[in-house]
Each structure stands twice: as C-alpha cells, then as structure tokens.
Design a protein around this ligand. Structure first.
Ligand code: SF4
Ligand code: SF4
Ligand code: SF4
Length: 717
C-alpha cells in the first residue's frame, strides 16, 4: 500500500499524537520543504511509504500528526538531503540470546529464541562493519572522547552492523548488541565524527576524558524533559570543548545523561555562567536519558558464516525464489544467458544464484577504464574459481577522451555511464550475441528510487539486444551479505576498506567519505583531484567545487545548497551549441515552415552525411547547404524546416537537431553502430560516418546517443 498525498494521512476527528524527531531536527515553522518526508507503513503492508509533509508542522522537535488505527507506526522523520526515496521492508532483527543480527525472521535458527526488531532508519540496507572500519571507528571515538573510549564502545570481537542513512555526505547508524549506539558521519571539512546515542554514551562514560560538559543539578530535569543545556546550567567543561564538537553532558557524579553538540567553547560556557546576563545555549541536546547501566550483551559468535546460520530460513527462501525466477525467465526468453559481473557483492550473489539454477552462463565484465586494479584481478579470479568464461570489453581511454567535452560527470549528468559502460556493453553484445542475450544483473530496489521503480525484468533502450533481469531485486543488503558469508564467497578487497559500492573510483555517486578512503590506497584518485583542480581554475569556479565535491552535481540538491549557505556559485557552464528558433510558423506549400539559426558554423558535409538517417539528402557543396524533403540547413547555421502541421514540424526539427548534435559531439561510443541493421556506420577521425550507398534511412541509429542526451545546454546550480 502506498500513500501519495498528505490527505491520505489526515483523518478528520482522529486525535493527534506527538512523535519525537529522532534526528533532533530543529523546529520548523512550516515544513513545506519538499525534502522533508514522513516515512510510515500501514498495518496491511510491510512496505514503507512516504509523503511530503506540506501540512504537518514540526514544532519543538516534534511532529504533530494524527494517529489512526490504520497508520500505527511512523518510524522516522528526516531531511532527505539528496532527495532520494527508497522503498523496502525493514528487515533487521536481533537475537538477544546469540547476540547476532538476523534478517527478517522472528526466530533465530541457531537457538530458536524470538528475535526483536531493531528500530533503524529506513530503508535499513544493512551491512556488516569490517575489522578495518571498526579500527577506524575506535580511533575516531578515542580522538573525540579520550583514549580507551574506542575500545569501550567497540570491544574486541563485537559484531557490529552499519545502516547507511541520509546525510550531507556519508553517514551510518552503528548497531551492536541489538541497539543503535550512535552514528558515524563524514563531514565536508574532511573529518569523521561519532555522534553518540545514549546507549553509546553510557558505554564510554568510564573512559571519558574529552569533550564533556558537567551540568548543574538544577539543569538535569529540564534537559531530560527536552530542553537544551543553557550556559547558566554549566558548572564545568573540558577545556577542549569548541563550538560544533560532539559532547556528552554529565551530572556532578560524572554520570552521562545527555549527548549533543556544543554551541560554545568551554571558556565561553564558563564565562557566560559567571556573567551577569546568563544567556545562551551551551549544548544543543540530541539525545537524553536518565543514567542507567549500558545494556551490554555477551558475545557468543564472532564469525559471519556462523551468524548467517541464524537466518538460514530467510536465506533459503530468498535463494529458492531467485532460482525459480532465473529458471522461469530463461524459459520465457529462450536466449543465451550471461551474468553482468562488476566485482561487486550484488553481482557476485547473482552469479552464484545463476550457477545454482543449473545454468552455465558467460560473465560480462565491462571495464570502464575507471576500475580499481584489484577489481579486474578479482573478477578473473572468481571466474576461474567457478570455471566460467569471461567476455570482457573495455572502454579504454573513453572517459579521459570525453571529459574535456562533457566536463566532470554528475549524479544528474552521468554521461560516462553511456560512454564507458553502455557503449562497451553494446559492442560486446553485438559482437558475441547478434541475436540477443538474457543478462542477469545484480540490481536491488534498495539502491535507488530509479531501481525501485523498475521491474525485475527490463529492456534497456541503450543496449539493443539485451534483456536485463535481476534475481536479487528485492534483496536487502543484509540478505546479500549473509548469503555471501554462508556460501563462503570471496569478496572484492575494497569492501574490507569500507567502501559500500564497488565500481568506478571517481563515480559522482560516491561520497566524500568514500573518496577519503580511496585516496589513501589508490594513486589514480590524486590524478582525478588534480584534473578537478585544473578544471575549477579554468572555469573560474569557487574552491568548494573541489573541496566539497560539488562537481558531483549539475543541479545542487537542496540540502547541499543549505549547507553551502553564502557560498557564491556561478550560474552556468560555458555555452554549448544551441538552436534559436524564429517565433511563429509561416504557411508554405503543403503546410507550414519555421526558421532557426545555430550559434556556430556547421560542418555541412558531415551533416549531409548524417542526415541520411532521416532521409535522402542532396548536398550543394558550392552553395554551402544540404537538404532533405523537409529540411534545409546551411553551413552558417541557418535552418528551414517544413511540415504539414505543427506536430510533424516538431518531429522534423527534433530529428534535425539530433543529427546536428551527433555531427558535432559524437564521442564514438559505438551505440548507434550496434543498432544499425545494415552495418552502414563506421568511424572516421571526427566521429561516425554513414555509408550512403547502404543506409536505408530507417532512423534506428538516431537515438539513444550520449551526444544528444548530454551535450545539451545545462543550467548549473
Ligand atoms: S563513474 Fe559512475 S556514472 Fe560514470 S560510468 Fe562509472 S558508475 Fe557510471
Ligand atoms: S553518434 Fe553514435 S557513436 Fe557517436 S556518440 Fe552518438 S551513439 Fe555514440
Ligand atoms: S540505422 Fe543504419 S540504415 Fe538505419 S538510418 Fe542509421 S545508418 Fe541508416
């Protein structure tokens, strides 16, 4: 069940309940911001739904919303900085007896006791924390709260899982002993920070020597009741406390009862306390709870293969459904079978499932030219281990050859996916499977809204001849990881470093936190940063373009804009080829016509050649123009287009524009070459060339084409 409007949520006459905002989001007068959403689920369905909360008001960190018998659970309210909405059931449960995470099941298969739900932020695409990550977390906690705090929070052999949550950059909720103990966050000032919840705060209390504030006895009750800690209520503070630091608030017996962010330095807090006017917030409190002992559970299992046994039933069910799906899709499409293997965890599980379905597939490995060397080695090692043939195609230097044309790729401007992934995929398919191929791909709905909207079998318009199908479409990351551990599969070593996704090292979908991990281990990242620096200087962009990774968007999301505040960003990239049309149509023989002009001289011979895509062409070389039945175009950029009505006119215009864009911006990706049924397209030094004696003017090669899709004038920020 999905809710799409706020009206679905408002039930007249139903009492209003108050829900504490778990993120301590500051009070808003009106939450009409489209980036604020309420997540909920109904009794009838475990599927999370969302809506914009344009008529719900956040007040004093609470949201007023009506309770009804139908909508009984509102797990989280948050600012979704990247504007991404994801769907899927929450699957993280915990066996308190074995002290292990369990996926989906009410019962732990190891001890048969009941599991409990862990209330994490949706969608809850949980991953294990690997030893290197845990070591990094310990260091972060030690640096913030004092030597020994890291070990107190993350004892040896403790099983820890991480839940990626929305943030300006990278952030995980940290879960151990079945509880969220805090969140680790990377901020744009290139720092990792641990934000402790009360369970985490209680655990570090005994070793706490830094970033604490001691509160007056009279301040404890107001803070526990929801107030911030005012300067007047501070009796002592660690001298290192500075505005923006994560701090813990103690009572006079040095027991923690709140966690939050300092709004003043220690000196300012104490000065404000002694001043006549005792005003100002010393600590903005995020989490609060009267002191209690931490709920530490004993550790019974420390290996992930054993932990996966606790979820055996859920994993068996997922596996058998996936195998059924694979067998049915193969039967339905009756095509040769391949698995697209990127070296990531989802494609690894997909490969395993296809093999278990009794199929002997080929592996497709598309080397974008931006892969980690370890990924290339890993793909071949896995293929060898399972005795599967790898069909590989490389984009070579395509990224570097095209980056000067397109500029850095963005999350909303993924030209490189077309040039470096889909184009080689098209080449690989047309070379090896001219009659088409069924490719199993490890895509999951939890990964993105786009993927959530896609079914589990699809045709990709960019890759002719390929039917894509995902047997793991509805798997959560925890299913995937536990399955990998259960099957004893080797993983790409970059996961152990803390990357959540494996792929191109400079992908704009990456976070600055990811890049900070990559930079330490991979020299190629420094080259990319040098390129960005140069690009930034040449285009007179502000230093934040590189520093905060703003190159990752053409149009900045609201959360990033809010974060940047006063930073001045120029309005546009340099102009690209543009067609200006005259206003209105003129009547002409057999219909209407329109005139327009390009803002540049055109290579009329090349355009004449490519115009074959839309019809028979006559070139008047000396006069500097060419024409088809409905189009006339001149070397100086002028165009005249005819049609019997406005709709036909628009169609001719759009085809002409596509041809002109191809003639100027072709990046030789090869997508159109693979689409031509006559094999009429080849390359010359500037781009594609059509064999005019062979071309049947069918138009199949016109789109899709990255030169058209991406080299259009774009507003930037
Ligand atoms: S960098 Fe990212 S967007 Fe570009 S090809 Fe690689 S995965 Fe696709
Ligand atoms: S014209 Fe063909 S080869 Fe050139 S960019 Fe477009 S699709 Fe690729
Ligand atoms: S697909 Fe081939 S035959 Fe059809 S218009 Fe393009 S070049 Fe001509």
């Amino acid at each position: 069940m999905m809710l799409s409007t706020s009206e679905d949520f408002i039930v007249p006459g139903v009492p209003v309940i108050k829900i504490t905002c778990p993120f301590g989001i500051p009070p808003l007068r009106s939450s009409s911001s489209p980036s604020t959403k309420v997540f909920m689920r109904s009794k009838q369905s475990p599927v999370l739904a969302y809506m914009h909360i344009s008529n719900i008001y956040l007040m004093d960190n609470h949201v007023n919303a009506p309770a009804s018998s139908e909508y009984f659970f509102i797990p989280r309210i948050y600012h979704w900085y990247m504007g991404i909405v994801r769907f899927g059931p929450l699957v993280l449960r915990w066996c308190l007896n074995c002290n292990i995470p369990v996926v989906e099941q009410d019962t732990c298969e190891l001890c048969k006791s009941q599991t409990v739900e862990v209330p994490v932020t949706p969608p809850g695409d949980i991953k294990p924390a690997f030893p290197r990550e845990i070591r990094m977390f310990r260091k972060i906690v030690d640096a913030q709260f004092g030597e020994g705090c890291g070990r107190a929070l993350f004892p040896q052999k403790k099983i820890v899982v991480l839940n990626p949550v929305p943030s300006v950059d990278k952030m995980y909720e940290v879960i151990l002993d079945g509880q969220v103990v805090g969140a680790v966050r990377y901020d744009f000032n290139k720092k990792w920070q641990m934000i402790l919840r009360m369970e985490g705060a209680f655990r570090v209390e005994k070793t706490l020597t830094r970033n604490y504030v001691v509160a007056d006895e009279g301040a404890i009750v107001p803070v526990l009741n929801g107030s911030n800690l005012m300067a007047v209520g501070v009796v002592d503070a660690c001298p290192e406390v500075a505005p923006g630091n994560e701090v813990l608030v103690l009572d006079k017996d040095k027991h923690v009862f709140a966690s939050g962010v300092a709004k003043m330095s220690a000196a300012e807090m104490l000065a404000a306390r002694n001043a006549e006017e005792r005003k100002g917030v010393a600590v903005k409190v995020r989490w609060r709870e009267a002191w209690r002992a931490p709920r530490v559970l004993p550790d019974r299992y420390s290996t992930w293969d054993k932990i996966a046994e606790g979820s055996a039933g859920a994993l068996d069910k997922k596996e058998s459904m996936a195998i059924n799906f694979i067998q049915n899709v193969i039967k339905k499409y009756n095509k040769p079978v391949a698995v697209s293997f990127s070296g990531g965890k989802d494609s690894l599980v997909t490969l395993m499932l296809v093999l278990k379905a009794g199929v002997n597939p080929k592996i497709f490995f598309i080397d974008t030219g931006l892969e980690f060397p370890e990924t290339r080695e890993y793909v071949h090692a896995i293929a060898k281990k399972f005795g599967v043939e790898v069909l590989s195609e490389s984009a070579g230097e395509a990224f570097w050859e095209n980056v000067s044309t397109f500029g850095p790729p963005g999350r909303d401007f993924r030209w490189c996916c077309k040039v470096c992934k889909l184009a080689p995929t098209s080449r690989l398919i047309s070379k090896n499977f001219p009659e088409g191929v069924l490719v199993f791909i490890g895509q999951r709905v939890y990964e993105s809204e786009q993927r959530a909207q896609k079914g589990n079998v699809w045709e990709n318009p960019w890759v002719p001849g390929q039917i894509g199908a995902s047997p793991v479409q509805y798997w959560n990351a925890l299913h995937v990881w536990l399955y990998i551990f259960r099957e004893g599969l080797d993983i790409n070593p970059w996961y152990l470093e803390g990357l959540e996704r494996i792929g191109c090292y400079l992908c704009p979908a990456g976070t600055m936190g990811d890049f900070s991990i990559v930079r330490k281990k991979f020299a190629g990242m420094k080259n990319w940063e040098r390129y960005l620096q140069k690009y930034c200087e040449e285009h007179k962009l502000p230093e934040e373009y590189v520093k905060y990774g703003l190159w990752r968007w053409r149009s900045l999301p609201a959360g990033i804009k809010d974060f940047l505040g006063a930073v001045q960003i120029p309005a546009k990239y340099p102009e690209t080829l543009k067609l200006d049309l005259a206003e209105g149509y003129s009547p002409c023989t057999g219909g209407i016509s329109i005139e327009g002009i390009y803002n540049a001289q055109l290579d009329i011979e090349r355009i004449a050649n490519l115009l074959n895509i839309v019809g028979t062409v006559k070139l008047y070389r000396d006069a500097g123009f060419c024409e088809t039945q409905n189009i006339k175009i001149f070397a100086q950029g002028a165009v005249i287009v005819k049609g019997k009505d406005t709709q036909e006119l628009r169609e001719h215009l759009s085809r002409l524009h596509a041809v002109v864009m191809k003639s100027v911006y072709c990046v030789k990706c090869g997508i159109c070459v693979a689409r031509c049924p006559q094999n009429a397209i080849s390359f010359d030094e500037k781009g594609i060339r059509i064999d005019e004696g062979v071309c049947k003017h069918c138009g199949s090669c016109l789109q899709p084409c990255p030169a058209i899709a991406y080299k259009v004038e774009q507003d930037v920020w």
